[in-house]
Design a protein around this ligand. Structure first.
Ligand code: GAR
Length: 218
C-alpha cells in the first residue's frame, strides 16, 4: 500500500473521488492526510466525514512560498507520504517541494494539456471554439500545469455550451480519470522517460483503460 497525501484549496470533489476509491478492495493506496491552504475549504468536511486526517496550513501565515511548502513537507513526511495528489490545489508549488517529491506528485487539470494551462480553462476552451476538451492527470514538474501526462479523458464541446456546462461534463470524467491514474501509478505501471510517461500495459489492457475514459453520451 502506497501512502498518499492530498492537497486541496476548495470543494474537494476530486479528493472525495480519490478517497472513495481508496476504500475499495485492491486499491493499492492508503490516504494518510488531506492538507488545505484555505481554512474554509468545504473539502475539509468531506475528508473528515470519510475519517481522513485533515490539516490546514494557511499560506498567508508564511512569508514565502518556500516557507509554506516546507510546513506541508513536514506534515507529509511525518505521515510517511509517498505520493502527493493535488486535487484543486490552486497554488503553484515551489521547486523545493517539487524536488522533495520528484515524480511523485500528481495533478488533475480540467483541459487537454498542453492546451489551456492556467485558470478559467473551461471558459477558454468554449471561447476558442475547440470541438473537444477533457481532463488530464499528469506528474507535476516546476512549470504550471506541466509534466509527463499519465491519463486523459476527452469530452465533446457542444455548440450551446457555456463554461459551466462544459465544466460539469469534464468534472464527471475527472472523477473517473484521477482514481484510475493514481491506481496505475501506485502499481508502478508508468515508466518516466524525459517528459513522457509510458504506460506499461498490453494493448488489450490499454483498450480497457481507454474505454473506461471515453465519453459515452452522458
Ligand atoms: C477541478 O476541476 C480541477 O481539475 C481543477 O480545479 C477543480 C477543483 O475541483 N484544477 C485546476 O484547475 C488545476 N490547475 P474540486 O475541488 O471539486 O476537485
Amino acid at each position: 500500500m502506497k501512502k498518499v497525501g492530498i492537497l486541496i484549496s476548495g470543494r474537494g470533489s476530486n479528493m472525495e473521488s480519490l478517497l472513495l476509491s481508496m476504500r475499495e478492495r485492491d486499491f493499492p493506496c492508503d490516504a494518510k492526510v488531506v492538507i488545505s491552504n484555505i481554512e474554509t475549504a468545504s473539502g475539509l468536511e468531506k475528508a473528515k466525514k470519510l475519517n481522513v486526517k485533515t490539516e490546514v496550513i494557511n499560506h498567508k501565515d508564511s512569508k514565502t512560498r518556500e516557507e509554506h511548502d516546507e510546513k506541508m513537507i513536514e506534515v507529509l513526511k511525518k505521515e510517511g507520504v509517498e505520493i502527493v495528489c493535488l486535487a484543486g490545489y490552486m497554488r503553484l508549488l515551489s521547486p523545493l517541494f517539487v524536488r522533495e517529491f520528484k515524480n511523485k506528485i500528481l495533478n488533475i487539470h480540467p483541459a487537454l494539456l498542453p492546451a489551456f494551462p492556467g485558470l478559467d480553462v473551461q471558459k477558454k476552451a468554449v471561447e476558442s471554439g475547440v470541438r473537444f476538451s477533457g481532463c488530464t492527470v499528469h506528474l507535476v514538474d516546476e512549470l504550471c500545469d506541466h509534466g509527463p501526462i499519465l491519463l486523459q479523458s476527452v469530452v465533446p464541446v457542444f455548440p450551446d455550451d457555456d463554461s459551466d456546462k462544459l465544466a460539469k461534463r469534464i468534472l464527471k470524467f475527472e472523477h473517473k480519470t484521477y482514481p484510475l491514474a493514481l491506481k496505475l501509478f501506485a502499481e508502478e505501471k508508468f515508466e518516466i522517460e524525459g517528459n513522457r510517461a509510458l504506460l506499461k500495459v498490453d494493448n488489450s489492457e490499454y483498450e480497457e483503460i481507454v474505454k473506461k475514459l471515453m465519453w459515452n453520451g452522458e
